[in-house]
Design a protein around this ligand. Structure first.
Ligand code: UT7
Length: 330
């Protein structure tokens, strides 16, 4: 049988500090009622402490992952980190993670696809397993969104949080693991959700700092409309082309950007709420972290052979869906 890439372990890491809707209501003009009804978020985690980058959370997740699977980090062949808030513009955060966890035999790189980063990275990692090039690939989704959020801007500060999730991919010959994917991009959408300065178009300057151009800029409604359509369409398409009905699907694992977007995707797929992973109320939108953190939260309920659809939409615009068969019993 052909080799497929299967997830054989999942781990997550969330910083201790809980930023509640209540606390945010004292920082900006907002309310628990507005945030809960418009987004589904009750609280989010924030990584506190000086000079602590996204790698701090990724390292915790990868160390936990290796421990859980009972492997040494030296066995990792490739480590991919999906993030938009890497420790530095360069080098890649993945390199720092490899160094700090002792993944001495791995090569590594970062993937920048905003909220679709984890699914893009998962598909990329899977290719190296399927071709037989590698035996152990670690895929991390991590973001320290608090480092690029303006806590005076109520339209963005209520949404995002910090967190990391990691999975291990290994070869499978039972037909389990990643079966299909579809990823898309529309660079024209970049103007609706991005960080205006800090890159080579506008390197940091006094002016860029004064204009708050190092923070997330988002036109919420414009993004919302496209997110609902594209995430629903691509999830439905992956479901249909694999001849899956709603009954065949055990779980939808959606990117956690807004509860209303998730509900629209589930509706299009005709899935009941009970089959939809949801943790946005606890962590908000952790960008690259949302999907592995869902798998981590729900792992006890997953059974070998379960059909999962992973689905995301994010800045870029980027979007896509993955069909996988869960390969382990927890
Ligand atoms: O994860 C990657 C991709 N990102 C997304 O998928 C995010 C997609 N967008 C969204 O989830 C939603 O558009 C938001 C949650 C960002 C905003 O919700 P909305 O229902 O689209 O609100 P809106 O932007 O249309 O704003 C409605 C009103 C405005 O007031 P006026 O102009 O009607 O007086 C806003 O100023 O709500 C106001 N508002 C707030 N009020 C209280 C915006 N943010 C807040 C807030 N608290 N935090």
């Amino acid at each position: 049988m052909a080799i497929t890439a299967a997830i054989t372990a999942v781990e997550g890491y969330l910083p201790d500090y809980v930023l509640t809707n209540q606390e945010l209501s004292q920082m900006v003009e907002t309310s628990d009622e507005w945030i809960t009804s418009r987004t589904g978020i009750n609280e989010r985690r924030i990584l506190k402490g000086k000079e602590k980058g996204a790698s701090v959370m990724a390292i915790e997740a990868v160390n936990g992952l290796c421990k859980k699977r009972g492997i040494s980090p030296e066995e990792i062949d490739l480590l991919i980190v999906a993030t938009v808030t890497g420790d530095y513009i360069f080098p890649a955060t993945a390199n720092i993670v490899c160094d700090k966890v002792g993944a001495k035999n791995a090569w590594s790189f970062d993937v920048n696809a905003a909220c679709s980063g984890f699914i893009y990275a998962l598909t990329t990692g899977a290719q190296f397993i399927q071709t037989g090039a590698h035996k152990k690939v670690v895929v991390v989704g991590v973001d320290k969104m608090s480092s690029i959020i303006d806590y005076n801007d109520r339209t963005t500060c209520v949404i995002f949080g910090d967190g990391a999730g990691a999975v291990l991919l290994e070869p499978n010959t039972e037909g389990l693991g990643i079966i299909d994917f579809k990823h898309q991009v529309d660079g024209g959408g970049r103007v609706h959700l991005y960080q205006k300065a800090g890159g080579s178009v506008k390197p940091p300057s006094i002016e860029s700092v004064e204009k708050k151009e190092h923070f997330v800029y988002q036109e919420g409604q414009a993004v919302f409309k496209v997110a609902v359509k594209q995430m629903a369409d691509v999830s439905y398409e992956v479901m249909k082309r694999n001849n899956l009905t709603a009954d065949d699907i055990a779980w939808l694992v959606p990117h956690q950007a807004n509860k209303r977007i998730i509900e629209a995707v589930a509706k299009r797929m005709d899935l009941p709420e009970s089959k939809v992973m949801l943790n946005i109320h606890k962590y908000g939108n952790t960008t690259s972290g949302t999907i592995p953190l869902c798998l981590w939260d729900y792992q006890k309920q997953l059974k070998k052979g379960d059909n999962l659809i992973l689905s995301a939409f994010g800045g870029g615009f980027t979007w896509g869906a993955i069909y996988l068969k869960w390969a382990i019993n927890n």
